[in-house]
Structures are given as C-alpha cells and as structure tokens.
Design a protein around this ligand. Sequence first.
Ligand code: ADP
Ligand code: MG
Length: 220
Amino acid sequence: MSISIDFQQVCFSYRRDKAVLNNLNFIMPADKTILLTGENGTGKSTLAYLAAGLLKPLSGKVAYYANGQKLCKKEEVYQKLSYLRQKTEDNLLCATPWEDLALWLIPPAYKDSESDSVISDKLVEWNLEDKQHTPLWELSAGELKCLAFAGIALHPHRYWILDEPLSSLDECHMQRLLSTLKAKQDFSRGMLIISHQTELFSGLADEVLILGPEGTLSTL
Ligand SMILES: Nc1ncnc2c1ncn2[C@@H]1O[C@H](COP(=O)(O)OP(=O)(O)O)[C@@H](O)[C@H]1O
Ligand SMILES: [Mg+2]
C-alpha cells in the first residue's frame, strides 16, 4: 500500500550562504503521479532525498501518512516506499543481478519456490537473464539502470520516487520502463518522477511541478 508524503515549510541548504529548498509546502498524494522538472542544480535530487527520509530538513517537516494515519516509525515508511536514486550504482548493494533482486524480496514477499521464479521473470523482462550471475562491475550503465529499476518494479503497491529513471536507457528499455509505470498506476498512482524529458511522461503525470533556482515550486 502506498503513502502520502507531506512537505511542511521545508527549508534545506548544504551551505549557509545558499538555500537549496525554500519553504516548500506541498503534498505528494498516494493516488497521484507527480512529475518534477527544473534546471540542473536546482535541488530536485535533494528534494528526493528529503522525501525518502535520507536527509533531514534544516527547518520544517516531512511527514508520511497511510490511510489518513501518520506513520511515526521509519520501518513503516520504508515498507511502503521505493526510491531509485539518480546515481545508478547507489541503488545496488549486491555482487550479481540475481542477488540484488533477491534482496528486494526480504522480508519474504513470496514463498521460496515462488521468489525464484519472480526473480527469473524480472531478469528476463529486463534482458538480464544471461548476466544473472555476472559481477555488477562487468555490467554496462544501461544494464545497471535496468537492474536497479527491476528491483523497484517488484513492489508496485509502494510509493515510487524515481530520480531520472530514463538516463542511460536505450529506446527499447525506455519504452519498457514507461509501460511498467503505466501498469504500476493500476496498483497505485503514487509516484514522484524527476526528469527533464517531460514530454515522455505527459500521459502518466497528474501534475507537473517545476523547481526554480530560488528553491520554490511552481505548477506547469
Ligand atoms: N552533498 C552535497 N554537498 C554540497 N552541495 C551539494 C551536495 N549535493 C548537492 N549539492 C548542491 O546542491 C544543489 C542542488 O543539487 P541537486 O539536488 O543534485 O540538483 P538537481 O538534482 O536539481 O540537479 C547543487 O548546487 C549542488 O551542487
Ligand atoms: Mg539530480
């Protein structure tokens, strides 16, 4: 089940003399797909880090809700949220594609016998079956991106935060990713997608937000 992520007067900066996010007040609802765009360096990835709870606001709050109830424990949030980071290698923890996908199924989402076939199917879907036991450092940037996304795709009910999901992908895998997002919306529409390729997501997004250089959001 997905969650809503609520930014309440959120300010953030890495350095004292430059605000990155400036008093952001907005909700990322469980039932809406938001597309976030903006120039390089405006703070989109920083916003994603805050939404995923990996950075804390300097002031203000990021709160999480499921079915109208506030979630107070981080573990509850992490069971309902999946985050594809912009730097692909930051998403991968194991030595091989098979092991990395297996990690996504802990705590066990399926019986042992089922999880093997779930992993196999995902590897086939993303053309990684021949590389399932290949060390990750031998995979190309595009293959690593497919693997990182295949893990996220194992949990379509969760809220997805996707930071530049199309980078490194060829046309065929871009289309596969876009159709996976469309299929995910049948489970839950809750997504924050960060991209410069806004036209490719126009059929999926319920709302398009732009992060400006002053660290504030506007609607397209
Ligand atoms: N870890 C960091 N330490 C200091 N400054 C950072 C760090 N990460 C990002 N920045 C700076 O914060 C600003 C926003 O970065 P980022 O959120 O990555 O932008 P975007 O994703 O919109 O391109 C940039 O000016 C960047 O240089
Ligand atoms: Mg970024």
